[in-house]
Design a protein around this ligand. Structure first.
Ligand SMILES: [Zn+2]
Ligand SMILES: [Zn+2]
Ligand SMILES: [Zn+2]
Length: 133
């Protein structure tokens, strides 16, 4: 059984890979090799990294958590076909937040937008199906 710090390091290394943008625990567990660490160790290591601010944890409506390296702010598109989370540039600028704060008298500390739709890959497949009619 791998030591905790080894699992954390392996998780951080996996997250640098281009295959997924944000990884679910299942993805991480599979990526590490299921014999390298048991699921609960992966869960604990990922939660700990998120609590330390090293990772950002995104929980979707279906309850599945996705982890990504904490970094510059961006928003996401959740693909309804393949379930991938894709990074998209922020749609809500600081100006829009300031306007809203002034308009309704609130303070916005942070935001995270998750758009629903299709990623570029799934969109191409769908377009292919439609054909030329
Ligand atoms: Zn997709
Ligand atoms: Zn992201
Ligand atoms: Zn944003």
């Amino acid at each position: 059984m791998a030591r905790k710090s080894v699992i954390s390091a392996a998780i951080l290394e996996l997250l640098q890979r281009p295959d997924h943008h944000a990884w679910t625990l299942k993805d991480l567990h599979a990526g590490l090799g299921e014999t390298a660490a048991d699921f609960s160790s992966v869960f604990r290591a990922a939660e700990k990294l998120a609590a330390a601010g090293v990772l950002r944890k995104l929980t979707l409506d279906d309850g599945r958590a996705h982890f990504e390296p904490a970094g510059a702010h961006h928003d996401h598109l959740h693909c309804l076909d393949c379930g991938e989370l894709i990074a998209v540039p922020c749609l809500i600028g600081r100006d829009a937040c300031s306007t809203l704060e002034a308009e309704i008298g609130v303070t916005i500390a942070e935001h995270h937008v998750i758009l629903s739709g299709r990623c570029a890959k799934c969109r191409v497949v769908d377009a292919g199906h439609a054909g030329t009619g």
